[in-house]
Design a protein around this ligand. Sequence first.
Ligand SMILES: [Zn+2]
Length: 230
Amino acid sequence: MSDRTESDFCGSLLVGEVISGKPRAALVRGAKWNPGDRIEVCFLDGVPSVQERVKTFAKEWTALGLANLRFVFRRKPAATPIRISFKYQGHWSAIGKECLASPFTDATQPTMNFGGFDEETPDEMMRAVVLHEFGHALGLTHEHMSPAAGIHWNEEQVYADLSGPPNHWSREIIRKNIFEVREDTNYTEFDPSSIMLYRIKKSWNFDGLEVGWNNDLSPTDRAFIRQQYP
Ligand SMILES: [Zn+2]
């Protein structure tokens, strides 16, 4: 999506990897919910019309034939596992059940944030970001977190781009969000149109990989989440 910027990179992770020329998606095993779980969600702030839109887009993941989970939205702020705010900077979310543990144990604090979303935010952009962050809430990470990750990062270029505006990330955050590999994931065949892929600039790697913004759940996203939550 051309009107999105680096500030859309969520704080948890970033972007994709290539394994033998093929990117893959990954789900953190220890962060996985149980199929059939009813997961309570509340909003800590924000206006009702924007909250309603977030709710509608989030529920696409649990539509018939997708994840066998249920998001139950409470009317008022509460000590629910998922707590959404619009007040903080950036778009980010806890990964799956990691929202139940440190550093998310303070029920007055969010586990998911949509910085800057308001009545003016276009539906297409809001939907893409909500689907992506709720993908994290279901336990999904980004492609490069797979143990078999194969991107040859141009680390200095990534550091240079993301330590500047609008992200202003520290080297530690960039390392943790982009270069780190998690060993504890399930993954499956994937396609480059996944909602869990973020833009990768060509200058960020030595593999010639370039990925633009994706706006929708791909057929593989749908099949994978169904397989993980049957
Ligand atoms: Zn993300």
